[in-house]
Design a protein around this ligand. Structure first.
Ligand SMILES: O=P(O)(O)OC[C@H]1O[C@](O)(CO)[C@@H](O)[C@@H]1O
Ligand SMILES: [Mn+2]
Length: 437
């Protein structure tokens, strides 16, 4: 079967088109407005030079918005000025750009290049506008939004923490069947946590304001593929010393908490020998978790106290004693999809190959798993991975614009008849396992 075309803004009226036309400019405008509003307080905190940096970033982001809206060529990136910066990737981005020109004969433009590339490129350019600064080089323009999203979800977080702590305290009393049901529930909670991302709403409030546990039954019918049962079979079959789980994170805020709750329960229940968590190395898709978001979240919840505080101290102790590792890698913020990993970052591919399960959270990771190609929805997930098979893959995402694959015949049609924007609204989700067996 020939490979489908990449999703692209060249299809007028498509979600990719509307994203580049409307949603991305709004995100850039918010960055500009935010810096404009905060320039005095940044000046007070970081010194006078920060005010100058603010002006430069505002200028660069406004220029970027103009390039996007007038469908200009995508320009090469400038290298990070600090030669010791470990994550400089400008050369990888520029190589992609050159290769695109070599293969297609034209430069990539905002409305014609693959959507995955264009959208990742925008966030890289935002980062570039900052790392070229003197004082604000490490500044995250989405930090306040991410922090507020956590604070605004505090009741839902506390309710979840009470539940998870109580489960952790009773593990030895559970039958295998009970244990399985609790694991599956926590996977579903982590799935619905993925509805809370800030890039889909252009940065508008996306917190969780209700007790997600009470919603689970009602949401069952919105899970279009649920391989939790097969996942459970995989988990119980893993030899005790080979339970090495990797989680490629998505959003900070409530989603991150749901992920850490799932991981904590798996750890406490003995399903984890070692765990590696991969955050992003730059501000990314507004709400994605960076290393410092992760650290801040744990600290903030500990400070807040209550059950969430106790749970956060548990997470902290796993990190401190080395059972959980946080690994930074620049591959996750490139434009490359995961089928390219073997070639672009063979070391990461081989590290992942040593694990027993890799969990990918969220819509963007799903887009990168499937290459963001326009697959028929009944194509198997394994086929769409195109050779990316370092270890069993578990994809947990709500559908927010990327491809949807692995559906039974008729499901997409039936779902579309009920909800016309079913594949972009985040209302429907999937928990898909690929074991390559
Ligand atoms: O945080 P997530 O789940 O990766 O989603 C990011 C968002 O960005 C997109 O990938 C593109 O804007 C959407 O499809 C999705 O809503
Ligand atoms: Mn995200």
């Amino acid at each position: 079967m020939p490979q489908p075309q990449p999703l692209s803004a060249s299809h007028i009226g498509s979600f990719a088109y509307l994203t580049v036309k409307d949603r991305l400019p709004v995100i850039l405008t918010r960055v500009v407005d935010y810096l404009y509003r905060e320039k005095d307080s940044l000046g007070n905190n970081y010194g006078k030079a920060a005010r100058e940096d603010c002006k430069k970033v505002i200028g660069r982001c406004s220029q970027l918005k103009n390039e996007m809206q007038t469908n200009k060529d995508l320009l090469p990136l400038q290298a990070h000025p600090d030669p010791s910066y470990p994550y400089d990737d400008a050369n990888i981005w520029n190589r992609y750009l050159e290769n695109y020109i070599r293969v297609t004969g034209v430069a990539p433009k905002w409305f014609t290049a693959p959507w995955l590339y264009v959208e990742c490129y925008m966030y890289t350019r935002i980062h570039e506008s900052l790392y070229l600064c003197n004082v604000l080089k490490d500044f995250d323009p989405f930090m306040d939004q991410k922090r507020n999203a956590l604070i605004d979800s505090k009741e839902a977080i506390e309710a979840l923490a009470v539940h998870v702590l109580s489960l952790c305290g009773r593990i030895s009393t559970f039958s295998q069947e009970q244990l399985k049901q609790h694991v599956i529930k926590l996977i579903e909670i982590s799935l619905w946590g993925n509805r809370c991302d800030l890039s889909i709403s252009g940065g508008a409030d996306k917190s969780q304001d209700s007790d997600v546990l009470l919603l689970l039954d009602k949401l069952q019918s919105k899970i279009l593929v649920n391989n939790s049962e097969s996942l459970w079979q995989l988990l119980v079959a893993l030899p005790e010393d080979q339970r090495d789980i990797v989680l490629v994170l998505d959003n900070a805020g409530f989603e991150l908490v749901t992920d850490l709750c799932l991981l904590a329960f798996l750890t406490e229940a003995g399903f984890v020998t070692s765990l590696t968590v991969h955050p992003k190395i730059r501000p990314w898709f507004v709400s994605d978790t960076t290393h410092s978001d992760l650290t801040w979240t744990i600290e903030k919840l500990r400070e807040t106290g209550g059950s969430a505080g106790v749970l956060a101290s548990k997470w902290q102790s796993y990190i401190s004693n080395g059972r959980w590792k946080i690994v930074n890698n620049k591959f996750w913020t490139l434009c490359h999809d995961f089928a390219d990993m073997k070639e672009i970052d063979p070391e990461l591919y081989s590290q992942l190959s040593k694990s027993s399960l890799i969990i990918f959270k969220g819509d963007l990771n799903y887009r990168k798993l499937t290459g963001d190609l326009d697959w028929p929805t009944t194509t198997s997930l394994e086929h769409t991975l195109r050779g990316f098979c370092p270890a069993p893959v578990l994809a947990i995402r709500t559908a927010k614009g990327g491809p949807v694959v692995g559906l039974a015949p008729g499901v997409s049609e039936r779902t579309a008849a009920v909800t016309h924007d079913w594949n972009i609204s985040g209302e429907y989700g999937m928990i898909q396992l690929c074991t390559f067996s």
